[in-house]
Design a protein around this ligand. Structure first.
Ligand code: HEC
Ligand code: HEC
Length: 323
């Protein structure tokens, strides 16, 4: 964050410098200097003033404390619940909190790598009982999943991801699993936002919509081959984070480049094509699906879940404008 303070000071200093140069130009004797210098000066001043404000907002949003409402979370820890939690952890949490996509959740690689942008250190930590969750209560973990906010009030990067759309039952199942998973030691570097990440937050390209809201009950549609259940999965698995709001492959940075237009591709595929692509990583044309497309973790959805996801995507209205 020291670097970010320096960047903020430089931006603000440039705004003041250009403001001063503008005044000097306007007072100059030559009309050409007055007009050309004045216009250029005003433009430069406005650009650096706006950049300073955006950057300051990004820093404020990352550093200010967020509400930590008391919540009551009781978890039964039945074998069924733990099994459901392990299943979800293996396909959702494991896509970030591991190096190879496989449980245990000993921590992942820097997520900056996927975006292709220097966003700083954004390492998903070790969340086995030997890691980050050691000092967290069930309610603390639930709050992190729903709002991204730590007990200290710090907004964690978890707030940026739609893990918050997991239903109460599914979130509790994950916590039930986390608690009884084997404890493994190990740490990852803490979050360190680069100036680019700060700017993205300031511009509103990266948001944490759950951080401000009171934590409310979330229920999932019944688990069945329906487009509603498929949409529930598409939401928590963050297909939109890479494939865009409309799933048409049009996602602005910091989304990784190159994600396909799902509204055109999946409607052309049979259920079998979709299953094979997600379970083998090879699509119907023989193309090996490239990272960071998380086909390995998506392929861990069970048959009902994967068919529900297919049903949802297959029913999308094709958007042809892109790719
Ligand atoms: C898209 C990637 C991603 C996914 C998916 C994800 N996480 Fe995270 N998680 C992160 C990152 C990055 C951090 C580090 C955040 C920070 O320190 O600001 C983190 C931090 C955490 C923390 C520690 C927060 C703290 O106190 O510092 C917990 C607990 C956690 N995740 C649980 C989970 C669980 C459980 C799941 C699955 C339901 C999950 N995460 C899915 C990326 C992810
Ligand atoms: C981390 C980013 C990321 C996430 C999350 C993601 N995708 Fe992708 N996806 C990609 C990229 C990048 C490609 C292009 C891969 C390639 O060209 O081989 C892709 C390609 C695809 C393809 C086309 C594969 C092919 O060979 O034509 C399908 C289908 C797909 N994704 C479905 C999904 C679904 C469904 C989800 C959510 C459950 C999802 N993706 C989540 C990044 C992502």
């Amino acid at each position: 964050m020291v670097v970010n303070f320096i960047v903020l000071v430089i931006l603000a200093a440039l705004a003041i410098l250009f403001g001063w140069l503008t005044l000097r130009a306007v007072r100059a004797r030559s009309t050409v200097v007055k007009i050309v210098g004045g216009i250029l000066g005003v433009v430069a001043t406005l650009i650096f003033a706006a950049a300073s404000l955006i950057f300051a907002k990004g820093m404020y949003d990352l550093l200010r404390p967020y509400p930590v409402a008391a919540i009551n979370v009781s978890i039964e820890r039945t074998p069924e619940q733990i099994a459901r939690g392990e299943h979800l952890a293996g396909l959702l949490c494991a896509s970030c909190h591991t190096l190879n996509g496989e449980l245990p959740l000993t921590g992942g690689k820097n997520l900056s790598e996927d975006s292709g942008l220097p966003l700083g250190d954004v390492y998903p930590p070790n969340i086995t009982p030997g890691g980050k969750i050691k000092d967290l209560t069930d309610a603390d973990i639930f709050r992190i999943l729903r709002s991204g906010v730590e007990p200290s009030g710090r907004l964690t990067a978890m707030g940026f991801f739609p893990v918050r759309t997991l239903s109460d039952d599914d979130a509790k199942a994950v916590i039930a699993y986390l608690r009884q998973a084997p404890a493994i030691e190990g740490t990852r570097p803490p979050l360190s936002a680069s100036p680019i990440l700060v700017a993205f937050v300031g511009l509103g390209f990266i948001t944490a919509p759950g951080a401000e809201q009171p934590i409310q009950a979330v229920t999932a549609p019944p688990k069945a081959v329906t487009k509603e259940y498929g949409e529930y999965i598409a939401n928590f698995a963050d297909c939109r984070g890479c494939h865009g709001e409309k799933l048409d492959g049009n996602a602005p940075p910091p989304a990784p480049p190159g994600a396909s237009n799902l509204t055109v591709i999946v409607p052309k595929w049979s259920k079998d094509d979709f299953f094979k692509t997600m379970r083998t990583g090879v699509d119907p044309s023989g193309h090996q699906v490239q990272p960071p497309m998380p086909w390995k973790t998506i392929g861990k959805l069970d048959d009902v879940e994967l068919e529900a996801l297919y049903t949802y995507l297959h029913g999308l209205e094709p958007i042809l404008a892109n790719k």
